[in-house]
Write a protein that binds this ligand. Structure first.
Ligand code: 5AD
Ligand code: SF4
Length: 326
């Protein structure tokens, strides 16, 4: 750990959003008819993001994840990912994507050294998938297969739990993940956007999802951690696979091991997804890059990282998740 990193928790993981835009419109993410995208000049250039990443490395950050919006809708995303991987001191780089545009560049990303890709997949039924995302399941399937064929070492699936929408997909998703040899995680809905789906009535607790899974197949607590996140894992011996549950709302210990902060596409450090505080890096990036000031702002954001999220306290999101970064 870097002694200048002022937290007792080791914060060494930076999630970088490279765009707030997306080619899908998931029910829990994008408000209907949303078009309030950031202007191009508000979005950090790749050069500016790499300067921020370099500062992070100097403060002991070793793990990075590229997110959006949908990161692969930004031009040259694969070159940016390769440049980030090549930065001295960067040890692990992952990508979070809806995978609709992954297939054509999966090999390039694998060759650049991409360590992991997290793919959003909330349903296996094409009609339900379309209803949730507005997108085409077949593109995602092509993306998953391409990631596996390219040999990206860790490929994970993320499914957001929605009552009345995809609880009947829990078991098919588990079978599919097992067939493909993938780790699957189920995620509780979090109030990080302003859509109708985020109503209490659609909330499906992780505990209930576990019961649904347990009604299909035996589950055994699995102490292994398959990533940097706060998921709880279970072995499914009959399927010879593991599934995780990310209970941001119902797991009261959720934040204890949080090791990450976020950088938004428009250059704000966000120490916690579920707290409003943000630290603007732009004064340290424009009109020119100022490494000393970058470092100062990063340190301030680490000092102010709150102990836990405010999702259980009538949290009202100030910006939607595409604008924060998943
Ligand atoms: N609640 C829970 N998860 C969400 N994601 C996006 N919005 C929400 C929400 N409101 C997830 C996506 C993706 C990851 C980046 O964040 O499904 O898997
Ligand atoms: Fe796009 Fe991801 Fe939001 Fe879905 S959850 S609309 S894929 S940014």
């Amino acid at each position: 750990m870097n002694p200048e990193n002022p937290l007792t928790r080791i914060v060494d993981y930076l999630r970088i959003s490279i765009t707030d835009r997306c080619n899908e419109r998931c029910l829990y993410c994008m408000p209907e008819g949303f078009s309030d995208w950031k202007l191009r000049e508000e979005i950090l250039t790749y050069e500016e993001i790499l300067a921020a990443a370099e500062t992070a490395v100097g403060l002991g950050f070793r793990k990075f994840r590229v997110t959006g919006g949908e990161p692969l809708v930004r031009k040259d995303a694969e070159h940016f990912v390769a440049d980030l991987i090549a930065l001295p001191g960067v040890e692990q780089v992952g990508l979070s994507t809806n995978a609709t545009r992954l297939a054509p560049i999966a090999r390039h990303l694998a060759e650049a050294g991409l360590r992991s890709v997290n793919i959003s997949l909330d349903a296996l039924d094409p009609a339900i998938y379309s209803r949730i995302t507005g997108g085409k399941l077949e593109q995602v399937m092509a993306g998953i297969d391409a990631a596996l064929e390219a040999g990206i070492p860790v490929v994970k699936l993320n499914a957001v739990l929605m009552r009345g929408v995809n609880e009947h997909q829990i078991w098919p998703l588990a079978q599919f993940a097992a067939e493909k040899g993938l780790i699957l995680r189920f995620i509780e809905l979090m109030p990080v956007s302003l859509t109708e789906m985020l109503d209490e009535s659609n909330f499906l607790p992780a505990g209930e999802a576990k019961q649904i899974m347990a009604s299909h197949t035996p589950m055994i607590v699995d102490d292994h951690h398959y990533g940097n996140g706060p998921a709880q894992y279970f072995r499914l011996p009959e399927l010879d696979s593991s599934v995780g549950f990310i209970g941001a709302m119902t797991n009261l210990h959720f934040c204890e091991a949080c090791n990450k902060i976020r950088l938004t596409a428009d250059g704000k450090i966000r120490p916690c997804l579920g707290n409003h505080g943000e630290f603007d890096l732009k004064p340290a990036l424009r009109p020119e890059i100022n490494p000393a000031l970058l470092r100062e702002i990063f340190l301030a954001s680490l000092r102010e990282k709150p102990p836990e999220h405010q999702f259980r306290n009538q949290y009202q999101p100030g910006r939607i998740m595409t604008a924060i970064g998943g």
